[in-house]
Design a protein around this ligand. Sequence first.
Ligand code: ZN
Length: 416
Amino acid sequence: MNDTAHIRVDGQRLWNSIMAIGEIGPGQHGGSCRLALTDEDRDGRDLFIRWCEEIGCSISIDDMGNIFARRDGRNNDLAPIVAGSHLDTQPHGGKFDGIYGVLAALEAVRTLHDNKVTTEAPVEIVVWTNEEGSRFAPAMIASGVYAGLFEKESAWGITDSDGNSLGDELKRIGYMGAMSCGNNPIGALLEAHIEQGPILEADNHQIGVVVGGQGQHWYDVTIKGQDSHAGSTPMLGRRDALVAAAEIITMVQNLALDFAPQAVSTVGEMSVMPNSRNTIPGEVFFTIDIRNPDENVLAQMAAQLESRVAAIVDKHGVECELVEIWDKAPVKFDPDCIAAVAEATAALGYSNQQMVSGAGHDACQVCLVAPTSMIFVPCAGGLSHNEQESAEPADLEAGCNVLLHAMLKLANRTNG
Ligand SMILES: [Zn+2]
C-alpha cells in the first residue's frame, strides 16, 4: 500500500489552470462568459481533455456531453471514485464557480500521477454539461438526466433563445458522446465548490464540510380584489389586491426570520393588473420561494405560510389562489462521503465547519443515485454569478488537498 498521508497538491499549478480556462471566453470585467455548448465551452472542454490525456487519463463522453476522465486503479472492476463539477458559466460569470471543482479534481489526479500513487478503485474527473441553465433552462440538466430526474429525449429538445436545441448543439461542438448518460457507475462523487455565500468568510473558516442542501417550495399566488377609480372610491371598503399582496410579502419575510437562522424566503416576481396609476389594482400575481435544510421545519414553514396568507386575505376582503407549483425535499449527503471529507480536513488541520448548501449543484442531483458529498471554500464577500467573483489561492489549495485525501480515503477503502 502506498503511504499517501504526506502528499499535497500544487496550489500554484491549480491557480494557473483556473486562470488559463478563465481566458477562454473572457468577460469585460475579469470574469468569463462560456455559456453551455458554445464554441467557448467547446474550447474549455478541449483544453481540459488535453490536460487529462497528458497524465494518461482515458476519456469517455456520454450522450449528454458529460466528460469522464479516468485514471485506472488496482481493481478496475470497482466503481470509480468521481470528483468534478462544471465548466460552463453565467453570461457575466466568474472564474471559479464550477471551474474550481473540475480543476481541483484535475489537480488531485495530477498529484496522484506525480507521486506515482495507484489507488485501489479507479478515480475519475467529471465535467457536467449545462449546470448553469443560463443558455438552456433548467439548470443542472445533464446531472439530472444522469440521476434519472429528466428524460434524455426532452433534455435534447430544450432550445436556447435562438431556437437551437441542446441536442443539436452537443453534436455541433462534437460532444454528443457514444456512452448512454447514466449507464456508467459512480462509486462515490465529491464536488468541491466555492461557497457562493458569506458564511465561511464571516466565521473565518477555510473549509465547509457540506452535509446536504436545502429543500424548497415554490408557489404561484393570485390575489383578486376589484378594480375601481382611484379618486372616487373611498378608502373604506376598497378591495385592493396590491395592498393585500404587500402585507403578504412582508409576512413572507417575517416567516423566514421566525425560523432563523437557516430559513430563507423570497418574493421575486410580481405583476399588477391593470397596472394603471389611477385605478385600484384588482388583481396581483406574484411568486413565493421558501427554503430550509430540515424537512420538518420546511413543512412547518409551509403550513404557517398557508394560514398566515388566509388571515391576511380575510382581513382585506380579497380572494386568493395559493398554488404550490413545485417542491424539492432537502438533500442529505452520504455519511461515508461526509466522513471522508471531515477526516481529511481534520488530518490536514484546516479550520472548518459543517454546513448546508444554499445553492443547487450537480452533486445535489447525483446524490439521489450515488453516494455524494461536497467541499466548500470561501469566496470574497460571498459573491458569485458575478465577474468580480474571487477566492484566495490558499483556500483553493486547502480545499483541493481535502478533495485529494477524501478521494484517496474512498478509493482505498476496500483495502480494509
Ligand atoms: Zn456551480
